[in-house]
Design a protein around this ligand. Structure first.
Ligand code: UDP
Length: 325
């Protein structure tokens, strides 16, 4: 297959591109390097089946040219992160909706398979756990920017399903808190990189709220394992939850990272409004039902949290954390 990976120099995209090249596929990475970094794909450059193109998914002529030459698009390019969501809502809305619309319209012209990277955020603050792919989305009002990322991604999914109904081969993946080497912290606001960078610098590890909120942190290799089979036609018109079902509170995550790094950091708590501004509402719990992915994709996450954190910490130690940040 000739595969375009949008956002392929980013955290998940670079790992996916690496894995795709290990099979017989040709990979073209399209990335505007707003978050992605050339060094994440440095080892792939020079590979005979790899090409990097710097550009935006909002550049339609460029996108059209690349998509004319491919069989599958993995659409991972996105504007994400809680920080962006609360501070730059227009960037989040336009970046996620306009880009995905371009991908789908051009894919429709050529009837190219699209695998769309969505998010567990779309379930919002639904308290009925675990989330199945059919679970309701429970979001707050549009006046609150906090919900714009979940809304934009849900509109993207609506577009995907609408095109799928017309006959376009589309598969949707909803990621649950992926972490691992190359995830950066300040732009996305991802908790694991932030805690690791703080711990390695013996600075305060800052837990927001009471820290009893829970997440299922999924190591990048387990995420990639779930993405790869989605290009197959058997999974057209389906959405899949991809993540682990091992729940961890943010307090426990902070202790674990402090322990695994041997850090002298203090663990401190900060009210949400001081972290993200007034009225911020966190998701209390997030737990995927992955039985559909297990049954259809043969998906089974393998990396436990200690192993995953140790690998991630090792990467942060090697890359100068301040530069990474
Ligand atoms: N969080 C935290 N300290 C930080 C960053 C995040 O306590 O420095 C919390 C955040 O409030 C949330 C959880 O960690 O409850 C996961 O946050 P993240 O931004 O990684 O992803 P989310 O699951 O919110 O999309």
């Amino acid at each position: 297959m000739r595969i375009v990976v949008t956002g392929g120099a980013g955290f998940i995209g670079s790992h996916l591109s690496e894995a795709l090249l290990k099979t017989e596929h040709e990979v073209v990475v399209l990335d505007d390097l707003s978050n992605g970094k050339k060094k994440y794909i440095a080892e792939l450059e020079g590979h005979p089946r790899f090409r990097f193109v710097q550009g935006s998914i909002l550049n339609r002529p460029l996108l059209k040219q690349l998509m004319n030459q491919c069989d599958v698009v993995y659409h991972l390019a996105a504007v994400l992160g809680v920080k962006n969501t609360v501070e730059s809502p227009l960037k989040v809305i336009e970046g996620n909706i306009d880009g995905t619309r371009n991908i789908l319209e051009l894919a429709w012209e050529k009837q190219i398979k699209v695998v769309f990277a969505s998010t567990s955020e779309i379930y919002g603050k639904n308290e009925k756990l675990p989330f199945t792919e059919e679970s309701d989305r429970v979001l707050g009002p549009p006046q609150v920017h906090r919900w714009c990322y979940a809304t934009a991604k849900a509109i993207d999914e609506h577009m995907c399903f609408a095109y799928a109904d017309k006959g376009l081969p589309v598969t949707i993946i909803r990621f649950f808190n992926t972490y691992g080497p190359r995830q950066t912290s300040t732009q996305y606001g991802g908790v694991i990189p932030k805690f690791i960078v703080a711990a390695l610098n013996n600075k305060d590890i800052t837990v927001y709220g009471d820290g009893e909120q829970m997440r299922c942190f999924t190591y990048i290799h387990d995420t990639v394992r779930g993405i790869i089979p989605c290009m197959e036609p058997a999974f057209d018109k389906h959405a899949f939850n991809i993540g682990t079902t091992y729940r961890l509170t943010i307090n426990d995550l902070a202790y674990k990272i402090k322990e695994l790094t041997g850090s002298s950091s203090s663990i401190v708590h900060l009210p949400y409004e001081l972290a993200y501004g007034p009225g911020y509402e966190d998701m209390k719990n997030r737990l995927p039902d992955i039985s559909k992915a297990k049954l259809m994709l043969g998906y089974s996450p393998k990396v436990n949290i200690e192993q995953g954190l140790l690998q991630t910490i090792a990467w942060y130690r090697e890359s100068n954390p301040i530069e990474v940040d």
